[in-house]
Design a protein around this ligand. Structure first.
Ligand SMILES: C=C(O[C@@H]1C=C(C(=O)O)C=C[C@H]1O)C(=O)O
Length: 85
C-alpha cells in the first residue's frame, strides 16, 4: 500500500497539470501561427481575414465536445488567432 501523503499526491498531480498547461500553451501558439498563415494567404489573394462559416464549424466542434464552456473557449481561441498580420 502506498505511503504517499496527501501533499505528495497533490504535488505530483500539479506537476502533471503544469506539464499539460505548458503543452496546451505550445499548441495554442502553434495554432496561432497556422491560423495567421491562412489569413495572410487569403488577404494577399484579396480576401478577408475572417471566414465566418469556418468559425461556426469550430465553435460547433468545441460546443459538442465541452458544452457551453467549449463555445467560450473556442471564442477565446479564435480571438487569439485573429487580429494580427
Ligand atoms: C484560419 C482561418 O482564418 C480565420 C481564423 C480561423 C481560425 O483561427 O480557426 C477560422 C476562420 C477564419 O476566421 C481559416 O479560414 O481557416
Amino acid at each position: 500500500m502506498s505511503t504517499s501523503t496527501t501533499s505528495d499526491v497533490i504535488g505530483s498531480a500539479r506537476e502533471r497539470i503544469d506539464d499539460l498547461d505548458g503543452r496546451i500553451l505550445d499548441l495554442i501558439r502553434e495554432r496561432m501561427g497556422v491560423s495567421a498563415s491562412i489569413q495572410e494567404a487569403r488577404i494577399a489573394a484579396g480576401g478577408r481575414r475572417v471566414h465566418l462559416s469556418r468559425e461556426m464549424e469550430i465553435l460547433d466542434r468545441y460546443r459538442q465536445a465541452l458544452g457551453k464552456p467549449g463555445t467560450t473557449l473556442a471564442m477565446t481561441l479564435l480571438e487569439l488567432c485573429r487580429g494580427r498580420a
